[in-house]
Write a protein that binds this ligand. Structure first.
Ligand SMILES: C[S@@+](CC[C@H](N)C(=O)[O-])C[C@H]1O[C@@H](n2cnc3c(N)ncnc32)[C@H](O)[C@@H]1O
Length: 482
């Protein structure tokens, strides 16, 4: 039987073989970078994926050190819920009473001990050294004791030990390191798309594994084969995808030149699915619309295909900063595409019945992309859902006004939450006559050239655990009438 972890009281510690004061006094650079990112996320609401690259380059970390810091940072953020449950078993202090910088350092230590191939001594010593250099001798003694308690129990025994006495829901949340409300929403979404609730565990596990970056070979500008020649691996579903397996996307020359974009395969699929439904050629306006376009990933793909098919794209974006990113994204394209900064909710009233195809990739909680946004699950709140509900409905209504009769609208989210997906479509359809729901799963099959199993009904849902993509939702609607 493995030893039971003993709670630790700060200030009442046994001496270790090597006292913290005699050990490493400074944090090594990769751990110091990870700690700084966690602090920025906690104290400044920063995004880890935006802060980390700058810190890596400032500390001149590359290769293995950069890889270590990246895995440590993102892994710790993803696993935070679980590590907190483990830490709570190793001290009598409530987590809320541990100063946040110290708690962040403990989480870093817990991740090294429980999920990385770092020896226990190195994990404890280096983290204690980090705490000592950042926070002083007192906190470093506390960290030493807590981390030693963690290291005394084999990693595989911790899930059961950390959740002893919890309710089933709380234990599941702690073990999978997701907030309970997100787990409830995922269960509901699986059921709404005809999938068994038993898949929940696999779905949550998929969120805890880093995503392999996918690349889009923009048609007419480059070819998938060029990316394969540069060492990428074939994509799984999208005909324009390749995977940057085990490599930084920026290490591909074609990514640096802007001819290839980093874009999840799910996003590639839904953008191309907009172009699948047949429309009455005689009434074509040759104009496509992307109503929520920043930073321009789907716009770039649509514009590239538009260049080949003689269609021009109008890309609308509310945020000035993000609209500049759309301008950059569309730079390599030759067509006469336009980028407008403004509110997409008004667009359909100003420009009704004009576009053959309209993409409405609404702002959403991003709950389908948690594996790529490590801190998002802790930052998002249930209240975000009702806060986004009106704008999602208004944007969909506006897009429907802007599409011409016979034209097609794609409503997409990178969230599977039923309130952001199916409920939005159903609500808007109630108040908007003259709409036909098209077969979105079938459209995705057509893009992929195979049955990808994105749903048994008319709405499509991609899943990280099944498709290896973000959890993208897609509904396709045709505006009927003259
Ligand atoms: C999910 S993102 C779009 C991602 C984009 N389609 C891509 O593939 O790169 C949603 C975008 O909608 C924008 N947005 C939010 N409210 C808007 C509004 N009322 N009108 C137009 N754009 C809006 C946000 O600023 C954000 O850039």
């Amino acid at each position: 039987m493995s030893p039971r972890p003993r709670p630790v009281q700060p200030g009442k510690l046994e001496r270790t073989a090597t006292a913290p004061s005699q050990r490493t006094r400074h944090a090594d650079a990769p751990r110091a970078v990870s700690y700084a990112v966690l602090q920025a996320v906690t104290e400044d609401d920063a995004y880890a994926n935006l802060v980390l690259p700058g810190l890596l380059s400032r500390r001149r970390l590359s290769g293995r050190d950069a890889g270590f810091a990246t895995e440590l940072t993102y892994g710790t953020l993803r696993g935070q819920g679980y590590y907190d449950a483990v830490i709570a078993r190793c001290t009598d202090r409530a987590l809320a009473d541990i100063q946040p910088p110290l708690l962040n350092a403990l989480r870093l230590g817990a991740h090294q001990l429980l999920a990385m191939r770092v020896g226990a001594h190195a994990a404890v010593d280096s983290t204690v050294g980090l705490v000592r250099s950042e926070l002083g001798i007192g906190p470093s003694k506390f960290a030493n004791a807590v981390l030693r308690r963690i290291s005394e129990v084999p990693a595989e025994d911790w899930p059961a030990k950390a959740t002893e006495g919890m309710s089933e829901a709380a234990a599941f949340a702690a073990r999978s390191s997701h907030p309970e409300w997100i787990i409830r929403a995922f269960r509901q979404a699986l059921l709404a798309h005809g999938r068994p609730a038993e898949e929940l565990e696999a779905l949550l596990a998929a969120d805890n594994v880093p995503a392999t970056p996918a690349l889009t070979a923009l048609p007419g500008l480059t070819a998938v084969q060029d990316l394969l020649d540069e060492g990428a691996e074939p994509g799984r579903w999208s005909p324009v995808a390749a995977l940057a397996a085990g490599r930084e996307p920026a290490s591909f020359p074609s990514v640096r030149s802007g001819l290839v974009r980093v874009q999840d395969e799910g996003s590639q699929l839904v953008a191309q699915a907009l172009l699948v439904p047949e429309i009455d050629e005689a009434r074509n306006t040759g104009r496509w619309l992307d109503l929520c376009s920043g930073p321009g990933g789907k716009s770039a793909l649509l514009a590239a295909i538009g260049d080949q098919r003689g269609a021009t794209l109008t890309a609308v974006e509310l945020s000035e900063h993000r609209s500049k990113l759309v301008v950059q994204a569309l730079q390599p394209h030759r067509g006469d595409h336009e980028i407008l900064t403004g509110d997409g909710r008004d667009f359909g009233t100003e420009f009704p019945d004009q576009y053959d195809r309209v993409l409405i990739d609404v702002p959403c909680t991003g709950l389908g992309a948690l594996r790529r946004r490590p801190e998002a699950r802790w930052r998002r709140l249930p209240a975000d859902i009702p806060a986004l509900a009106p704008v999602q409905r208004e944007l969909l209504k506006s897009g429907i006004r802007a599409v011409r009769p016979g034209g097609v609208v794609a409503y997409t989210t990178c969230s599977p939450h039923a309130a952001e997906t199916i409920a939005v479509i159903e609500d808007v359809m109630k108040s908007t006559p003259g709409l036909e729901v098209l077969d979105a799963p079938q459209a995705l099959d057509t893009v992929a050239g195979t049955n990808i199993g994105a749903g048994s009904g008319r709405f499509a849902q991609l899943w990280p655990h099944l498709h290896g993509t973000d959890g993208m939702f897609l509904a396709l609607l045709r505006k009927t009438g003259a």
